[in-house]
Design a protein around this ligand. Structure first.
Ligand SMILES: Nc1ncnc2c1ncn2[C@@H]1O[C@H](COP(=O)(O)OP(=O)(O)OP(=O)(O)O)[C@@H](O)[C@H]1O
Ligand SMILES: [Mg+2]
Length: 314
């Protein structure tokens, strides 16, 4: 028997595209009212996993129960209980916010007085009352994202899935979206949030799954993920780092992971002071100029780097 508060129980879900395994035997549970984050880089399989959990994509293997319904046999019933804020905006650009909301509400057969109430609620939630009768194409990116969120809530879902909802959004709209999510979760809505922004997962989510190449490689509260990381981080700004020098750094005693992207060398190690001395003398010896040296706070980015050997950045 499931604990009553578990609203999502995922057991060994797999999705293949031909021979390629996009989601690989994923297991986790999500509790009611929880904000669950899925943190992973581009191509990790986040959208594919969301596709399966919302009943849009058929799993290739494994099973899951969503609000006590079976994902394999009760997909249509599940679709009524979940809301999806898709990665790509799903709005009619030539229609107004009000007409978009009315259209999407009609797909859920919401009519009459209830329709009016839901549209008013959605416009208020998206802070678009003053823009309700203007075509969506005249909105900023942030306004469109807010409307996209409001559309997903029209039928009062029990679980809300958000697929990278803040890409291309100004900080103000982003904060508004965060406030809405926190408020809705406090009222009992369960939230499944995917992102490749470490700061979002860290500040918003109760628990975070670290997702890479279709696999859940760690899952815990942001605090525990950071605390159980033994490594610390060294960040060195470099003008040009030859691949051979990066290899030497990777091979150094005490170095756990090393990567270089956009002129930033990142090294994780348990004993940063000792490793820093060795890394900087090697750089000097190999005549690699460096512009800055930093030891930033350990965060989910460090955890991710330690677990995967790569960064979350684009
Ligand atoms: N319809 C498809 N056919 C074949 N391969 C696909 C298909 N959809 C996704 N993939 C591949 O599956 C992998 C996971 O894709 P997915 O879109 O789920 O990743 P993601 O984590 O959502 O990435 P992003 O952050 O870029 O949105 C990628 O390598 C992608 O190329
Ligand atoms: Mg995606």
């Amino acid at each position: 028997m499931l604990e009553p508060e578990v609203v999502m129980d995922v057991q060994g879900l797999v999705r293949r595209y031909g021979d390629f395994v996009a989601v690989d035997r994923v297991e986790f549970q999500v509790r009611r009212g929880e904000i669950f984050g899925l943190l992973g880089p581009n191509g990790a399989g986040k959208s594919t996993l969301i596709g399966m959990l919302t009943g849009v994509l058929a799993p290739s293997d494994g099973r899951a129960s969503i609000c006590s319904l079976d994902l394999l046999t009760q997909r249509e019933a599940i679709k009524k209980l979940v809301g999806l804020v898709p990665q790509d905006l799903a709005l009619y650009q030539t229609l107004t916010a009000r007409d978009n909301l009315a259209f999407f509400a009609s797909l859920h057969e919401i009519k009459g007085k209830l329709l009016e109430q839901r549209i008013q609620f959605a416009l208020a939630l998206a802070q678009l009352e003053d823009w309700a009768d203007k075509p969506v194409r005249s909105y900023s990116g942030g306004m469109k994202r807010r409307l996209n969120l409001a559309v997903a809530l029209l039928h009062r879902p029990r679980i809300l899935f958000l697929d990278e909802p803040t890409v291309g959004v100004d900080p103000q709209s982003r904060n508004h979206i965060f406030d809405c999510i926190r408020q809705l979760a406090a009222e009992g809505l369960t939230v499944f949030y995917t992102t490749h922004y470490m700061e979002e997962a860290q500040s918003l989510c109760d628990r975070v799954g670290i997702f890479d190449r279709g696999r859940m490689i760690a899952l815990d509260t942001p605090k525990n993920l950071v605390q159980t990381t033994r490594s610390r981080l060294l960040e060195v700004g470099v003008l040009h780092l030859p691949g051979s020098v990066l290899q030497e750094i990777k091979a150094m005693e005490g170095v756990e992971q090393a990567t270089e992207e956009n002129g930033l060398l990142l090294v994780t190690a348990v004993d940063i002071p000792a490793v820093a001395v060795k890394v900087l003398s090697l750089l000097a010896e190999r005549k690699v100029s460096f512009t800055s040296v930093n030891t930033p706070e350990v965060n989910l980015e460090t955890v991710f780097l330690q677990l995967t050997g790569k960064t979350l950045r684009d």
